[in-house]
Design a protein around this ligand. Structure first.
Ligand SMILES: *[C@@H]1O[C@H](CO)[C@@H](O)[C@H](O)[C@H]1NC(C)=O
Ligand SMILES: *[C@@H]1O[C@H](CO)[C@@H](O)[C@H](O)[C@H]1NC(C)=O
Ligand SMILES: *[C@@H]1O[C@H](CO)[C@@H](O)[C@H](O)[C@H]1NC(C)=O
Ligand SMILES: *[C@@H]1O[C@H](CO)[C@@H](O)[C@H](O)[C@H]1NC(C)=O
Ligand SMILES: *[C@@H]1O[C@H](CO)[C@@H](O)[C@H](O)[C@H]1NC(C)=O
Ligand SMILES: *[C@@H]1O[C@H](CO)[C@@H](O)[C@H](O)[C@H]1NC(C)=O
Ligand SMILES: *[C@@H]1O[C@H](CO)[C@@H](O)[C@H](O)[C@H]1NC(C)=O
Length: 231
């Protein structure tokens, strides 16, 4: 079992449910491809990207597998020009490389939508929508022709040492989507603050820059949860 926490105020438990949901969505299909009608728009960069990646267009998605033995996954997602006003979740799309959300009257993108989107490296947003995780999460942010382009996801663990301070001792910081990082216990170290060694499942913590207070409340939560479990 995985334990996760976002830096947002939302209870950690909700995230566990979300992760489980994402996984079951991944198994059942590609609802996200029909979030907008039609197929990949000929005005979207997702089309050319898909051809150059030897992908296959399915409704609003570009699907590809690297390896004939691997299952196909969504590598491109074009949700442009379909009157979206908010984006709450994109189940099953965590392996995506490119997302186009331009030409939508979007007012709000939930911060946790892109939690775990490690390969997301190109986003096209309406001009007024900020890149997820802020400028600091991207190598290049530019506004062009009424669109905001977010290019190249930055590793949050490599931001002048700030991030590694938030990971407890004996845990390793790893990227976990734009603006997110993950602390996973170093090998042979498990449990509370990763001070114990053993077989307890890997603990992972997610957070933004300087989220140490959240990490602390997460640790409190873990210990309470484990007490409750052992009763
Ligand atoms: C896109 O498709 C529409 C109709 O489907 C067509 O009129 C238009 O010329 C196409 N644009 C480009 C750039 O191919
Ligand atoms: C296939 O894998 C390579 C590296 O393992 C990666 O660079 C490439 O983007 C992948 N291609 C697709 C279509 O997933
Ligand atoms: C494809 O997958 C097989 C088994 O998973 C692996 O041995 C092989 O190296 C992979 N090929 C490429 C090109 O990634
Ligand atoms: C957006 O969609 C509308 C109708 O669905 C179409 O008339 C318009 O040309 C599209 N705009 C772009 C830039 O593709
Ligand atoms: C966006 O959504 C978040 C919670 O999902 C909310 O706190 C925030 O006020 C919303 N912002 C706007 C501009 O609607
Ligand atoms: C982020 O980058 C964009 C484009 O370069 C710029 O217009 C904007 O002011 C930046 N925002 C912040 C908060 O630095
Ligand atoms: C960390 O950032 C520096 C420059 O900002 C870069 O040279 C280095 O390759 C990065 N390391 C990793 C692991 O991303």
């Amino acid at each position: 079992m995985k334990v996760v926490l976002s830096w947002s105020e939302t209870a950690a438990l909700i995230f566990i449910l979300n992760v489980c949901f994402n996984e079951s969505y991944q198994l059942t299909g590609l609802q996200v491809c029909s979030l907008c009608g039609g197929t990949v728009q000929n005005t979207s960069d997702v089309g050319p990207f898909c051809s150059s990646s030897a992908g296959r267009i399915d409704r609003r998605c570009c699907l590809a597998n690297n390896n004939t033995s691997d299952p196909e996954r969504i590598i491109g997602l074009d949700l442009s020009n379909c009157s979206l006003t908010q984006v709450k979740e994109l189940p099953g799309a965590s392996k995506v490389f490119m997302i186009d959300l331009s030409l939508n009257p979007i007012v709000n993108i939930s911060e946790k939508v892109f939690l775990g989107f490690l390969g997301l490296n190109y986003m096209i947003l309406p001009q007024d929508v900020l890149c997820p995780g802020g400028n600091v999460s991207w190598q290049k942010v530019e506004v062009k022709q009424g669109k905001r382009l977010c290019e190249g996801q930055n590793n949050m663990c490599n931001q002048t040492g700030q991030m590694s301070m938030s990971c407890p001792e004996h845990s390793l910081c790893g990227p976990y989507g734009p603006g997110f990082f993950e602390c996973s216990c170093a090998e042979n170290y498990q449990g509370y603050k990763c001070l114990r060694q053993g077989e307890f499942p890997v603990v992972e913590v997610f957070g933004p820059l300087a989220a140490s207070t959240v990490v602390i409340s997460f640790l409190v939560w873990v210990t309470q949860r484990r007490k409750a479990k052992s009763l």
